[in-house]
Design a protein around this ligand. Structure first.
Ligand SMILES: Cc1ncc(COP(=O)(O)O)c(C=O)c1O
Length: 389
């Protein structure tokens, strides 16, 4: 049996793997705390649940238009027009089965085999695999530090990159490009003409002041070459509903829409109605409550980690992750480190190698205060004992 070259070379998702591993140890009765989660530890807001129930009772359970119900596409256009001071229309939007699916559709519309695609490092685990699936080549031009700069974009474009995926706040680091950096990135995008998919899935979990710096805000005239990805998964604790949004120029959306039409068709009708309620801001109290909880826990975990010697990290300004570097006298293999930390230290984390960095681990603070405190205690004990050496 011959399998397709691009497909059979895909790697599994390390985040899902380590999350499942910690969960199965826990299920087997082992004393494990897991800070692997890439999702809020809150229930979905009642407004979304009620809207879903209504949709079911009213028989909204059949196919919808392939690109999503018009009410939701309009609500997405309205909300993100307001966020970015743009004039998005229904034709600029598309609803897919989660932000991951939205990214996959947009990428498939622009990546030809052999195209070089710039990925800032660290990158979300799925980006390089999505690029590989299409026969594209991921490039990582970053000269130093955890955040991409305008010059990195210029360099990659000079070496043939045709597009970039930008993710700020970033999974896994939680770091955010400053507005000065974003302005220079926007200038580089304009100069080079590359396309950008700005993955804004964590935009509402920004702990800095004012609005999160954004390429389109820095240069609104880039709207034809900059696409936005957003959704309800992280902002509204709706990861399981599988709804994500793409906002892009109408041609890009039309092509992506055909890809979706011939693959999944519409995302779940009931989920679309649930998402409509929250996009229309009917769950803002819940959103703010979750946001405040994450912000407080960010401070808690950073304070606690600050007391642990053998670690170095930058305080995250967004999302719900912190990404410390393990300081050792010899190079560590982050996968071996995370497996030992899980098996000997009773703490589940994700190795930095999954995001393109050796020597780092990702901790999620989408967890209770008690779990966060106990997790840091376990990490500290593990490092002190030198259990990974
Ligand atoms: C950076 C980033 N983009 C996209 C997604 C996918 O979101 P969704 O669950 O809506 O597909 C995730 C989920 O972990 C993410 O971390």
């Amino acid at each position: 049996m011959h399998y397709a070259k691009n497909a059979s070379s895909l790697e599994g998702s390390a985040t899902l793997l380590y999350t499942a591993r910690a969960a199965s140890m826990k299920a087997a009765g082992e004393d494990v705390i897991s800070l692997t989660a890439g999702q809020p530890d809150f229930p979905t807001p009642k407004a979304a649940i009620d809207a879903a129930k209504r949709a079911m009772a009213e028989g909204k359970t059949l196919y919808t238009p392939g690109m999503g119900i018009v009410e939701l596409r309009q609500a997405v256009a309205d909300r993100w027009s307001e966020v970015h001071n743009q004039d998005f229309k229904v034709e600029n939007t598309m609803v897919s089965c989660g932000a991951k699916h939205s990214i996959a559709n947009l990428l498939e519309a622009v990546v030809n085999p052999g195209d070089r695609i710039l990925l800032p490092k660290p990158f979300w685990v799925s980006y390089p695999q999505m690029v590989r699936r299409l026969g594209g080549i991921s490039v990582f031009p970053q000269s130093n530090g955890m955040l991409i700069t305008g010059d990195d974009v210029r360099k990659a474009a000079a070496e043939g990159a045709t597009g970039m995926i930008f993710n700020s706040p970033c999974n896994p680091s939680g770091l955010v490009n400053t507005s000065e950096m974003v302005k220079d990135i926007a200038a580089a995008v304009r100069e080079t003409g590359i396309w950008v998919i700005s993955d804004d899935i964590y935009e509402d979990l920004y702990y800095g002041s004012g609005e999160v710096p954004h390429i389109l805000t820095a240069d609104p005239g880039l709207k034809n070459q900059v696409a936005l990805i957003t959704g309800v998964s992280k902002t509204y604790a709706m990861t399981g509903w599988r709804i994500g949004f793409a906002i892009a120029n109408p041609d890009w959306i039309r092509i992506a829409g055909r890809i979706q039409a011939h693959s999944t068709s519409n995302p779940c009708s009931i989920s679309q109605y649930a998402a409509l309620a929250v996009v229309r801001r009917q769950a803002e109290q819940d959103r703010v409550l979750m946001y405040n909880a994450f912000k407080r826990r960010r401070d808690l975990i950073c304070d606690l980690l600050g007391e642990v010697s053998g670690l170095e990290f930058e305080k995250p300004e967004g999302a719900f992750y912190v990404y410390p570097k393990i300081l050792t006298d010899k190079e560590i293999n982050s996968e071996e480190f995370c497996i030992a930390l899980l098996e000997k230290g009773g703490l589940g984390t994700i190795p930095g190698s999954a995001f393109g960095n050796e020597g780092y681990i990702r901790l999620s603070f989408a967890a209770s205060d008690d779990d966060i405190a106990e997790a840091v205690k376990r990490l500290n004990g593990f490092l002190e004992r030198g259990d990974f050496k």
